[in-house]
Design a protein around this ligand. Structure first.
Ligand SMILES: [Fe+2]
Ligand SMILES: [Fe+2]
Length: 291
């Protein structure tokens, strides 16, 4: 594993280049007991190579508008982390398309068009509010995925589980950066809340379109039992997501007030100790702590 460390005195963010590979033997139903959940994650993964470059470009445009040298450094690290995320998801998404879900390319085209349109036709304030809003949602998702990891990833394909959990450990790690950038450049509270709601609904819309296409391809979309399982999973998602989203919308909210899950702190500490085989988690014992 190689990494780029930050040069300032703040030691808590680094860009990690993970050695993930997604060979052809990975099943798109990487959690065999939960094909609906597998596709919910696959659908979200599909958005990343379009969403995250958009976040990167938006944050890069914020750099000349930010005075704080520390925040500028954090924005650069944020850009580095998001750059690694979407490149790993690109590899995984290519596998999904190769495995028979060719219609995903149409959905990818729509995603690209919408993000290009935001960049071209909406203000930088809108795009930065979207970035800060998306990061608020990602923080809530990260806590859910980590706290519920036994149910969501237990006995699943470890290569996919490791991708998703690494990504969300880093979403927790850079939780302050986009909101700090938004507050430094614009700081309008109600518009920030609009960004949280807009970005959340926008990402859900695209993920849903993608997992619906995959479930249709599998012949599961019109299967009542499968739809019931999907409804239970989406309910679980909203039950876990709504409380942190409400907190994120409160006046004076800052993500630094949200305590990081111990598991993500342990993941980072273990990575820092340079255990080479650590990148791939053991999903047969995923509820265990690292210590
Ligand atoms: Fe990310
Ligand atoms: Fe992020």
């Amino acid at each position: 594993m190689s990494s780029i460390t930050k040069t300032t005195d703040k030691p808590d963010m680094i860009v990690r280049k993970m050695p993930f590979e997604f060979p052809n033997d990975i099943d798109p139903h990487w959690n065999p007991d939960k094909p609906e959940w597998s596709h919910m994650v696959n659908g979200t993964s599909l958005a990343m190579p379009f969403l995250e470059p958009y976040l990167i470009r938006t944050m890069r445009k914020s750099l000349p508008l930010i005075d704080s040298g520390t925040l500028k450094e954090d924005v650069k690290l944020y850009i580095g982390q998001e750059g690694q995320h979407f490149q790993q998801h690109r590899k995984f998404n290519d596998l999904l398309i190769e495995k028979g879900y060719a219609e995903l390319t149409n959905i990818e085209r729509q995603m690209k068009q919408e993000f290009d349109d935001f960049e071209k036709n909406r203000s930088h304030k809108f795009n930065l509010a979207y970035a800060a809003g998306f990061e608020s949602m990602a923080l809530g998702v990260a806590h859910w995925l980590i706290n519920d990891r036994e149910y969501l990833f237990g006995h699943a394909d470890s290569r996919v589980a490791s991708l998703v959990l690494w990504h969300f450990v880093e979403e927790i790690e850079h939780k302050n950066v986009a909101i700090d950038a938004y507050n430094a450049v614009y700081g309008h509270y109600f518009y920030r809340v609009y960004g949280v709601i807009f970005a959340t609904l926008h990402v859900i819309k695209h993920s849903r379109r993608a997992y619906q296409a995959m479930l249709k391809k599998d012949g599961l979309w019109n299967n009542l039992r499968s739809r019931w399982k999907l409804l239970k999973m989406t309910t679980r998602f909203f039950r876990n997501m709504l409380p942190p989203m409400i907190v994120a919308c409160l006046p004076g909210h800052h993500p630094s007030q949200v305590k990081d899950p111990q598991w993500s702190l342990d993941w980072i500490a273990r990575y820092d100790s340079n255990t080479d085989e650590f990148a791939i988690l053991d999903t047969t014992n995923i509820s265990a702590s690292f210590s």
